[in-house]
Design a protein around this ligand. Structure first.
Ligand SMILES: Nc1ncnc2c1ncn2[C@@H]1O[C@H](COP(=O)(O)OP(=O)(O)OP(=O)(O)O)[C@@H](O)[C@H]1O
Ligand SMILES: [Mg+2]
Length: 276
């Protein structure tokens, strides 16, 4: 867990020296334990394909997370996308974890930069690929924290190191949550009302998701949970309103198809109305 002071720094973004941190040093150092750790992951059946694309500093971040006790055991991959790979894992007291590892080389930096520019938390960020991905990872951690504090159901953020984000697993090992897009909804109206309230609470917390759709909402045991919040921007962002309109369009279209009476405008007005 981070201290209050660290949370503040993560959210308001103070200067973080990316230049040459402990992870680079660790990955360069010929540490025998680290070499064994890396080899063990590389040789594990479920990691074989993905693990070859990790760079040494990603291994070092994972190693540090294990050393710090955040990760006890790594499991298999849940998802492998262009930007990130998500693995199952176990943490302290056997809690289920989702480990999201952002790819340093294949992420779409131009798109990331669009979301980072205009966010006062990231005003110091340069154009280096790696720095952008690291900032993005920390941004997702900070956004998860802020959303949770605002009462939105998102995975609990647990730790962040370099391009590796550790969060609560939605679901249980071997039976992870499904995407809203792929399930049969018993009560679409209720689901809509819940998501509508999450969107409003997120907005009241000063954030706009920016990539909200039925693909970034998970359902487990009847509970809805919003994920993939790395691109979420603060209201200061020049495109915040455009992104909110797009989120409203995606969500209202999805629920309209399920028979709920709504529209982009109705949803937008609900989210942005002043509290009485
Ligand atoms: N906390 C979590 N608990 C359970 N599953 C998760 C969690 N986070 C992510 N996933 C799974 O991993 C997938 C990808 O995660 P996410 O959407 O955050 O990453 P992404 O880079 O946007 O990938 P994609 O392009 O596939 O959406 C999700 O659709 C979901 O199935
Ligand atoms: Mg996603």
């Amino acid at each position: 867990m981070t201290s209050k002071r660290e949370d503040f720094e993560l959210d308001t973004w103070t200067n973080i020296d990316f230049a040459d941190d402990e992870f680079d040093k660790l990955s360069r150092k010929n540490d025998r334990k680290f070499t064994i750790f890396k080899k063990r992951i590389k040789d594990t059946e479920q990691f074989k394909v993905e693990a070859n694309v990790f760079d040494d500093s990603t291994y070092a971040a994972l190693y540090k997370l294990v050393q710090d006790g955040h990760i006890i055991a790594l499991g298999g991959p849940i998802s492998s996308g262009k930007e990130a790979i998500v693995f199952e894992a176990y943490g302290r007291d056997n809690i289920g974890l989702a480990i999201k590892i952002y790819r340093i080389n294949t992420s779409s930096f131009r798109q990331m930069t669009d979301y980072l520019t205009g966010d006062p938390r990231f005003s110091d960020i340069g154009s280096d690929k790696r720095d952008i991905v690291l900032a993005w990872t920390r941004k997702e951690f900070a956004n998860l924290k802020r959303a949770r504090d605002g009462g939105v159901r998102v995975p609990e953020p647990i730790a962040v190191k370099m391009n590796v984000l550790v969060m609560e697993l939605i679901g249980v090992e071997g039976n992870v949550a499904s995407k809203l897009q792929s399930i049969e909804l018993e009560n679409p109206l209720l689901a809509y009302q819940i998501i509508r309230d999450f969107m409003r609470k997120l907005h009241l917390s000063g954030l706009v998701h920016g990539d909200l759709s039925e693909y970034n909402i998970l359902v487990y045991d009847g509970e809805l949970c919003i994920i993939d919040i790395g691109q979420a921007v603060t209201h200061h962002h020049p495109n915040a309103s455009k992104y909110l309109h797009r989120d409203c369009q995606n969500i209202s279209k999805f629920f309209s198809r399920k028979g709920v009476e709504t529209s982009e405008e109705i949803l937008y007005n609900y989210i942005t109305q002043k509290s009485s």
